[in-house]
Design a protein around this ligand. Sequence first.
Ligand SMILES: NC(=O)C1=CN([C@@H]2O[C@H](COP(=O)(O)OP(=O)(O)OC[C@H]3O[C@@H](n4cnc5c(N)ncnc54)[C@H](O)[C@@H]3O)[C@@H](O)[C@H]2O)C=CC1
Ligand SMILES: C[N+](C)(C)CC(=O)CC(=O)[O-]
Length: 321
Amino acid sequence: MSFITEIKTFAALGSGVIGSGWVARALAHGLDVVAWDPAPGAEAALRKRIANAWPALEKQGLAPGASQERLRFVATIEECVRDADFIQESAPERLDLKLDLHSKISAAAKPNALIGSSTSGLLPSEFYESSTHPERCVVGHPFNPVYLLPLVEIVGSNKTAPEAIEAAKTVYTSLGMRPLHVRKEVPGFIADRLLEALWREALHLVNDGVATTGEIDDAIRFGAGLRWSFMGTFLTYTLAGGDAGMRHFMAQFGPALQLPWTYLPAPQLTDGLIDAVVEGTSEQLGERSISSLERYRDDCLLAVLDAVKTTKAKHGMAFSD
Ligand SMILES: NC(=O)C1=CN([C@@H]2O[C@H](COP(=O)(O)OP(=O)(O)OC[C@H]3O[C@@H](n4cnc5c(N)ncnc54)[C@H](O)[C@@H]3O)[C@@H](O)[C@H]2O)C=CC1
Ligand SMILES: C[N+](C)(C)CC(=O)CC(=O)[O-]
């Protein structure tokens, strides 16, 4: 089975936070992009988001011929996908909606064009159930901002061909990404299982009045957050075990895993908790707009990516190691 891996035209369905991130990444890589989104005003909102992302992409380096002008916004799903070499769906996270959308996308697409879904946790075997040529359909779960963060989790359904997984790896790599194949189809995949665990505990801390949203964010950004950009939890904790490494770490800190607070179920999202989170994060935002904060985030990410890349090179490592 062979699938298109040299792509010239990228189709994006759904152009909200994540869809616009894909569009920005694809444009920056010198591709033609065709986008569709049913919301009124979606084209203007998409072009505004891309313009906000473009300075960071220019700093990172655009591919020859890359231009915001190479985006075409169309009125139908069929027009969006008909001539596309690769298709990425970023529609709302609802199983019924994705099921219906993918049956239409796949019926109109070239049979050997790969189809990726940005879902952050739905199962591909369920939402590709009624797709045409489901063997070319995968999940390609990205991270916000999609145009800068390299990770993309690839998950196949029970009908995805192994060749499609390899082809998807090739395509996402050609877009400057670092694919991670999630070999078992589980809800939440790998990364969101981890992120949701942190998020759940953070909500408990707010709900129990232990800390404000700002204090919790400080606990992350001045500590573990800094080291997570170059070393994950397992290797970090191996170092925390000293010369005796992970075995000593497990003996010393393992028993804490039995304490009740390490496996709390999620708190109820009461109005009180929602208000506390919204008020806390509004205070953190202060007078800053979302788009100015996005540009600040992008500059920080570019600096971190650059520093990690340079330091890895000094240690004889590639960025993707
Ligand atoms: N926001 C995030 O942090 C992340 C979200 N995702 C996933 O990306 C997908 C999109 O999420 P967001 O961009 O955050 O949502 P969003 O709400 O920002 O954007 C969704 C877009 O889909 C459009 N839409 C509505 N009905 C549609 C339909 N039938 N077909 C196509 N588009 C339709 C909406 O008009 C909107 O522009 C979801 O599957 C989500 O799980 C993945 C990674 C991170
Ligand atoms: C909140 N979220 C589960 C949709 C987040 C993601 O899927 C990844 C991210 O960007 O954090």
